[in-house]
Design a protein. Sequence first.
Length: 365
Amino acid sequence: MKTTNHILVLLSVSLHVLTAVLLGVGLLSAGQAGALNPVTLVLVAAFSLVYLAGTVWKHQGREVSQAAAYAWLALIVALWAALGVRTSAFVWLEFPLVILAQLLLPTGFGLGVAAMLLAATLARTVPDAGWAGFIGPTIGTLLAVFIVYAYQALRQETEMYKELEHAAGVAEERARLSREVHDTMAQGLSSIVLLGRALDKQLGDNEEARATLDTIRATASENLAAARRFVAVNAPPAAPLPTRLHELAASAEERQRALGRALRVQVNADTDVPEPAASVIERVVREGVSNIERHSRADLAVITVDVSGDVSGGVATVDVYDNGDGIIGEEGFGIKGLRARLAEVGGTLTIDGTVLAASVPVEEQ
């Protein structure tokens, strides 16, 4: 897009340079023909000042009404016509005027004005130069019209790319916010809910404290649901579940390789499942693999996902096996949080030595 912008700027500058050059050529030609009198000089000065005032006003970013633009163009054309009456030396200013008419006027009117400018030019050039006076201005006018259409096409392309870049930037920011909410707020709220459940068992008969705790848990649960809805709406479309699991396995192998450890993660999952079951399954696998990496001292992990029944109405079973020590000791917050998440969707989690197993209802939402 930078190249396109440079071309647009070059075309705009070229128009002003062309006008200045043709004015200079006209002055030289008029001088050689003896037609450079005070009236002609005044008309040239007026043309230059009006043209310069309009371009400077526009390039300063000031608002220009449609009526003002039309009036400016009409004044420029009138000054050019007055110069044409005095001498044919400035007739070639028709080319930048055709370009301006195409840029400022609607397509039909612009072409009509271009035709009138060409007719006025031919009225001066044909009597003096015959066919050469006809062919030169005609080709020049057609070329000017083509340049404008090319300019407008490039400008439309630039605007389109700007809109696409803006849309891509918005989507990227929404995805970033979604990740931030998922990784911080949602996880924090989930921990609050989990801690609330644990504390509930320790309160005994203290009804006042239990009521306060229930309020905390309810508020955290409501905000956790809102955070998850935000993530679901703003997150970019997820890859199919088998792809996500293979990527997760490859990342785990790469991390262990960087630590000088050998770990092969085998994935047996060929069926995609809809959300939210896919994300829950991914979380089960992620937690299982994370525990294997941190605690198990295994060199082989096997991830298996099977779906019984319909893909949108069955149950997915998830097994994460390792040939190491498995999950030993007390359950940490990761496993407890996973249990809570599975309970929310009607699933279960069991740990049997070196196998972490979960069942997840598959219901499309």
